[in-house]
Design a binder for this molecule. Structure first.
Ligand code: SF4
Length: 180
């Protein structure tokens, strides 16, 4: 495995809303932490919407929403939520798996369940979210969220797997994160 070394400027400040949310949800036993690609493209938007659906509607009692940017760039409440979670689910927009790779950069022992969202819906989405009807994005997110809740939140046995519905290809194949 090759690694890229990055240098992040440390900040002394923190986002109050983010920290307040983290404190409120810092429970014992810890919940399931859900993070997502927060990227700019339509696939990233679907992943983000699915993570929000899971944590704020479908499984709000069992999950907490992680901000990868906050948890990755500073060692405060959001990163602690991931540290303390009994399971972390990464809803990835595409095979790049940005959220899980980022978090493993600061928490090397992290072993998230990686769900490659774009393999769970039929739509072939472009980069620009302005090219896709809002309802199509929502429907894709609903499919992804429902799958994750059924497979990884209501069914506690499954861990550490990449979920793909399509046949694996060079584009969508992703090995289990726990395999390292
Ligand atoms: S290209 Fe991939 S990593 Fe980038 S925003 Fe889209 S889904 Fe996320």
């Amino acid at each position: 495995m090759n690694y890229e070394t990055i240098k992040i400027e440390k900040v002394e400040t923190a986002c109050p809303a983010c920290e307040e949310y983290a404190e409120k949800h810092f429970t014992n036993p810890p919940r399931i932490a859900v993070m997502a690609c927060e990227g700019a493209c339509a696939k990233g938007e679907v992943a983000r919407m699915a993570a929000n659906l899971i944590t704020h509607q479908l499984a709000r009692e069992n999950t907490v929403r992680i901000c990868p940017g906050g948890a990755f760039t500073k060692d405060t409440g959001q990163r602690n939520l991931v540290r303390m979670a009994n399971k972390t689910i990464a809803v990835e927009g595409c095979f790049i798996s940005c959220s899980s790779r980022m978090m493993k950069g600061v928490l090397p022992d992290l072993c998230p369940v990686i769900v490659q969202a774009d393999t769970l819906y039929e739509s072939s989405l472009p980069f620009g979210i302005d090219e896709v009807p809002e309802e199509e994005l929502r429907e894709c997110a609903r499919v992804v969220a429902a799958n994750i809740v059924a497979e990884h939140i209501k069914k506690p046995a499954a861990t550490g797997k990449t979920i793909t519905k399509k046949e694996p290809t060079a584009k969508n194949t992703k090995s289990s994160c726990c395999g390292n």
